[in-house]
Design a protein around this ligand. Structure first.
Ligand code: ATP
Ligand code: MG
Length: 394
């Protein structure tokens, strides 16, 4: 195919070239144009070229269909802003297109039916002057990808829910067995005691009643944890001081720490900005992490838990550091799983809840741990919550 340099040279020497040669090159150029038209017409992506003022210079059939699905009228020469609707209009009108870099975004095109589209805008610069001459835009329908992601998330949710349910059934059975045995014993003692009050073995009776009480508490805890793990919650966001939430949570936990003679300290950044959070949920998450940190410390050996806050461009960070047992590398991947626990009487649902809550806040958790030295849990939360865009599930 004739290259651009070749054609430019031919044009500048046109008077020296004979007409059969010109005709030959022209034929090949027409073939080439035809070839590119077929390629562009068959692309799944919408391709648009505009001048720097967003006047449409070229668009392939797919782009035409995406912009005006109900009309075949040519759009070349029109302003893209007069043709674009809804979010695409907002994206184009809002953006200053930087000639030095590609701008990307996501928009919902409403017609012919709602579709999520990614949009990339590439600046095209003049070879010599490096001035912006055109903008190349590529629109790609990513609704299917998004729908698959949403379905995958749904499936993941269901499978962790069934693991959770199976675990709860298993956990409930143990205390129920204990309750059954102790209630049988109580019945037998009561039968023996009929008419003869002195036959009551008070210490045994007391012990059984204690066990029954303990086991009922345990069941209650399991059910409470289970419900908070599966209950669909929509976080209620309000601007809050994370430092205040931490101080309140630390006060709730202080008696427990004092009883275990574990030191509980804080180093809170007084400049920490307020961020939108679900106060009750976030308190619960912080509570679980601090409680775990305290529980990792052997009261016989002693130790401390330090809660710190700080912030930077990427968000507000809450760090809970303990000098406890640490977590073995091979177990780090398990701690957020439902029912993973190394504690007698633990439900293994604490960190799973923490994960869910932080995820609902669009934040993330980082764990750094060394066996025998201790663990640092860092919860990072964005300064402003990002709106999540998903097509309505059908
Ligand atoms: N700071 C920590 N140091 C050491 N191990 C930890 C720490 N935090 C969590 N773990 C480990 O992760 C496991 C899971 O924690 P999670 O909070 O989910 O459940 P749990 O604390 O065992 O039970 P529950 O929260 O119901 O009391 C713990 O059993 C423990 O082995
Ligand atoms: Mg816990």
């Amino acid at each position: 195919m004739p290259t651009r340099e070749f054609v430019e040279k031919l044009v500048s020497n046109l008077n020296k070239v004979d007409s059969p040669e010109i005709e030959r090159v022209l034929r090949r150029l027409v073939q080439q144009k035809h070839f590119f038209e077929i390629v562009l017409a068959n692309m799944a992506e919408g391709i648009l070229v505009t001048d720097p003022q967003l006047t449409l210079v070229y668009l392939n059939p797919r782009a035409h269909e995406m912009l005006t699905p109900h009309s075949r009228r040519p759009l070349e020469g029109k302003s893209l802003l007069s043709v674009a609707k809804g979010e695409l209009f907002e994206f184009l009108a809002r953006k200053e297109f930087d000639p030095s870099k590609t701008t990307t975004g996501e928009v919902i095109l409403e017609e012919p039916e709602p579709a999520i589209c990614s949009i990339s805008v590439y600046p095209i610069l003049d070879d010599r002057s490096r001035r912006l001459v055109s903008l190349l835009m590529i629109l790609r329908d990513i609704s299917d990808i998004r729908r698959e992601e949403a379905q995958r998330k749904q499936i993941e949710k269901l499978s962790s829910l069934s693991a959770l349910t199976a675990g709860v059934a298993h956990d409930i059975r143990n205390p129920l067995n204990a309750l059954h045995i102790h209630v049988q014993m109580l019945k037998a003692m009561l039968n023996n005691a009929k008419g003869e009050a002195n036959k009551i073995d008070v210490p045994r009776l007391e012990k059984s009643v204690d066990v029954v009480e303990e086991e009922i508490k345990r069941l209650d805890k399991i059910i409470e944890r289970f419900l908070s793990a599966v209950r669909p919650t929509r976080p209620v966001m309000e601007l809050a001081s994370i430092n205040d939430l931490i101080r309140q949570t630390m006060e709730t936990l202080r008696p427990e720490f004092e009883a275990a003679m574990t030191e509980l300290k804080s180093e809170l950044d007084p400049e920490l900005p307020r961020i939108p959070v679900d106060i009750e949920q976030l308190k619960r998450a912080i509570f679980n992490v601090i409680k775990n940190a305290g529980e990792s410390i052997d009261p016989k050996l002693g130790g401390s838990v330090t809660v710190r806050t700080w912030f930077n461009d990427s968000g507000v960070h809450i760090e809970v550091e303990d000098t406890g047992s640490g977590i073995a590398r091979e177990n780090l991947g398990l701690i957020f799983e439902p029912y993973y626990t190394t504690k007698f009487g633990g439900t293994g649902l604490g960190l799973m809840n923490v994960y869910r809550i932080v995820d609902e806040h669009h934040g993330n958790i980082h764990v750094d741990s060394e066996i025998g030295r201790g663990t640092i849990f860092t919860i990072s939360l964005p300064l402003i919550t990002k709106p999540v865009k998903l097509l309505e599930e059908n």
